[in-house]
Design a protein around this ligand. Structure first.
Ligand code: NAG
Length: 191
């Protein structure tokens, strides 16, 4: 392989890794393989979910973060995510797909046509109160960067539900010690 053909993939890898590293400390080794929601029913997952807590901590980010999932004809998923940032309501739209029909709880979501689908695994949900979501990307099988969310159908969840959720992540070898609660106060006037 010539020198220049070696450099391009490396550059691409760096391009993807750098923003991730800024957001999260990478962990050594490949992604954990957590159990996901058995018999996941996509249709029941659709609708509005509020972000209750997330990993990694992104203190500079917006508040009142929520996502609205709708099934579109052709069985893809429209995802509209919104947040309040600097006093303004901001929305971004993404597309979700079931990546493996045998594993319907393993979704992929992308917010840009030029980016690949990121894993969006529904680890656990009762559809009406809470959902646990995990996203992990392997980098050359050497290390991985991950994201985790606790979502609620309401802007707050009981402390016991959050504690159980954190325990579920931990039981699946996902380090949520740095998970932080999302700000969901004073949101109503924007929606
Ligand atoms: C969610 O999306 C659906 C379909 O676009 C829309 O009818 C509904 O009003 C949205 N809900 C919220 C809370 O934005």
């Amino acid at each position: 392989m010539s020198d220049s053909t070696m450099k391009l993939p490396l550059l691409l890898v760096l391009l993807f890794i750098l923003p991730l590293i800024r957001a999260q400390v990478p962990h050594w080794g490949p992604c954990p393989e957590p159990a996901v929601q058995p018999s996941f029913i996509l249709k029941q997952f659709m609708g509005r979910w509020f972000e209750i807590a997330k990993l990694p901590a992104q203190f500079e980010r917006g508040r009142c973060i929520e996502s609205n999932f709708t099934l579109t004809p052709g069985n893809s998923i429209r995802v509209v995510s919104s947040e309040i940032l600097k006093g303004e309501l901001r929305k971004i739209e993404g597309i979700g797909v079931v990546e493996d029909i045998k594993n319907p709880a393993k979704l992929g979501i992308t917010y840009s046509y030029v980016l690949p689908y990121s894993p969006y695994w529904i680890m656990s949900t009762d559809y009406v109160n809470y959902a646990l979501v995990y996203s992990c990307t392997d980098i050359l099988r050497l290390f991985h960067v991950d994201f985790a969310w606790i979502l609620g159908r309401t802007r707050t969840l009981p402390e016991a539900t959050i504690e159980t959720a954190r325990q579920t992540f931990a039981d699946n070898n996902i380090d949520v010690s740095r998970m932080i609660g999302s700000k969901q106060q004073g949101c109503e006037k924007f929606f």
